[in-house]
Design a protein around this ligand. Structure first.
Ligand SMILES: [Zn+2]
Length: 572
């Protein structure tokens, strides 16, 4: 193991209390830090005892914090004037106001263009307030200008004169900058993979607070994981001369594990080797009742019961993919899940569908977890943070997207290509998920770069990709499939709620909504099956009934699609 960084940073809140405790009697201090309300109130009390009137606010999502910490509890009508900073993307602050539309359901909520670059104008039931959004313009790890949430201090002296008003670097920002700095300066090998596993552990003061709407949560620890993971990938791609949107670079496995804690921040960056060991967080569940992601052990047991002809294809770290073919009748299809291994409801849905298809004697090819290394990592990361989305587990142990892989050595991707070739599958049912709550990158401009359309959930939706020549079948297939799926009132209600909140905070859904289900349809020459149906259920952090609805929907989609195929949906 090689240690690249081992750093302790003082807690910003403590440093501010210390700074203003002596020689500031009669002063008024306002400060913005990445800390939750209890710690902020305690710091205010410590300064009050020293004769300083202080107000500490959250630098992360200050508008949402204003509504939960300071605004009246019952709101009838709210109008929000949005900050107008020229360096922010047009949709940034309306998205950052999410999930107010969901939290204030029943009230009228309107957004309008405001008048201040960095403050919201908030009118609630006739009372007007200004809510400051501390941000600084800086050059990010790609050399781009980035307007980014930051710590801030404002001080009025005992005479009432404003004597300080500007950004202050918090431990949250300093930890991120130190990690990115050490990785940018490191002398990486000339060829990929640059490392086996890059471990980043951080224990840092912060916010971990559920919100009273859907699966929403305010989590600076989760946001730091997300920003580290994607920023490091971007840095590696930049060094390799690849575009930011590339999904093929194989730098190695990047594993940020971030937990909230009191006291000074501690960050470590280490290089180590990977392993094929699996952790098991839970015992087996009856598939139909599964309230959380399945352990790898249970998946193996379920597969052993299903049988089939196994193809021995292994992951980069040596885990079996458990790819198999079931003999039978009917049109040939490939059913797969877990390409992005932090999207776990598809795995349960696929296994449930497979049980039924076996009972019906349907012929099909099956890959329950296309990315078992990512799946094992997801299990490990959930031990510390069960409600985080953990995008580090999205890609393979090489750091690339399994589907995007090209060349001679395909590892996991070899399974889907082999099974499609062998069975002549005309349909690939590729079960996916996406974040069930807001996805942010607060240290790199806030919105997740390249994934802006995915920053807030928009219900269960479908992506249908077809080979040239199959366009005529695509739309009727989706019409019939969505009509069948919409017969579940729980799914219909779930989608209606999420689509309404999406519309309040983002632009109109940029693709057709058929029977209450958004559907993206497009030609693709990057697949070897005539039709590929990708499901997208907002599932990354959900449990219990929400998880059951997710995997039930995944199963129903698979079964209804195959039924349509049997009825001749592809032969017209
Ligand atoms: Zn996915």
């Amino acid at each position: 193991m090689t240690i690249l960084l081992d750093l302790t940073l003082p807690r910003t809140l403590d440093a501010l209390v210390q700074r203003f405790s002596i020689g500031h009697d009669g002063a008024h201090v306002e400060a913005w830090v990445f800390e939750d309300v209890a710690a902020r109130r305690e710091a205010e009390a410590r300064l009050a005892a020293a004769g300083v009137q202080a107000r500490f606010r959250s630098a992360y999502k200050p508008l949402v914090h204003h509504f939960i910490d300071e605004a009246p509890q019952r709101v009838k009508a709210a109008t929000i004037g949005l900050p107008t900073h020229a360096a922010a993307p047009a949709e940034r602050f309306r998205l950052e106001a999410y999930p107010l539309a969901g939290m204030l359901a029943g009230a009228t909520l309107a957004f309008e263009r405001g008048s201040d670059p960095l403050a919201y104008t908030v009118r609630v039931d006739g009372v007007e307030d200004s809510v400051f959004a501390p941000n600084r313009l800086h050059t990010d790890h790609l050399g781009n200008d980035s307007l980014t949430p930051c710590g801030w201090v404002r001080v009025w002296d005992a005479s009432g004169a404003l004597v300080d008003d500007g950004p202050v670097e918090t431990e949250y920002e300093a930890a991120f900058a130190a990690i990115m700095g050490v990785l940018a300066a490191h002398d990486w090998p000339a060829t990929t993979p640059f490392f086996n596993v890059l471990d980043i552990t951080a224990r840092i003061p912060g916010i971990e607070r559920p919100l009273p709407y859907g699966d929403e949560v305010l989590s600076t620890a989760e946001a730091l994981h997300e920003d580290l993971y994607f920023s490091i990938l971007e840095l590696m791609k930049h060094r390799a001369g690849l575009p930011t949107a590339d999904r093929t670079l194989q730098p190695g496995q990047i594993v940020p594990d971030v937990v909230c804690g009191d006291g000074p921040a501690r960050v470590m960056v280490r290089l180590r080797s990977g392993s094929a060991d699996d952790t098991s967080l839970t015992g087996p569940a009856r598939l139909a009742d599964a309230d959380r992601p399945l352990s790898s052990r249970q998946i193996a047991t379920e597969l052993a019961t299903l049988g089939g002809e196994v193809r021995d294809i292994r992951s980069v770290q040596g885990r079996p993919l458990a790819a198999r073919i079931f003999d039978g009748t009917g049109p040939a299809v490939l059913l797969s899940a877990g390409q992005h291994a932090n999207e776990t409801s598809g795995v349960v849905g696929a296994l449930r569908a497979a049980q039924k298809l076996r009972a019906e004697g349907q012929r099909f090819a099956f890959i329950p977890v296309e990315n078992p290394d990512g799946y094992a990592l997801h299990h490990t990361l959930r031990a510390n943070n069960p409600r985080h989305m953990h995008h580090a587990a999205r890609y393979s142990a090489l750091g690339d997207d399994v589907e995007s892989r090209e060349g001679d050595v395909l590892h996991e991707k070899a399974a889907r290509l082999a099974l499609i070739r062998e069975t002549g599958a005309t349909l690939h049912l590729n079960l996916h998920g996406y974040p069930a709550h807001e996805w942010t990158r607060p240290l790199s401009g806030y919105l997740p770069r390249g994934f802006e359309l995915w920053t807030i959930p928009k219900g269960f939706f479908l992506i249908l990709r077809y080979l040239p020549g199959y366009e005529a079948q695509a739309r009727p297939f989706l019409e019939a499939l969505t009509a069948e799926l919409a017969t579940d009132p729980a799914l219909a209600a779930f989608n209606a709620t999420q689509l309404a909140t999406w519309s309040a905070h983002a632009s109109a859904i940029p693709f057709p909504v058929i029977n209450g289900i958004p559907c993206q349809i497009g030609e693709s020459t990057r697949q070897t099956v005539p039709l590929q149906l990708i499901t997208e259920y907002p599932d990354e952090t959900i449990y219990d009934d929400a998880f059951r609805l997710a995997h039930t929907t995944q199963m129903r989609t698979a079964l209804a699609s195959i039924a349509l195929l049997r009825d001749g949906a592809l032969t017209g």
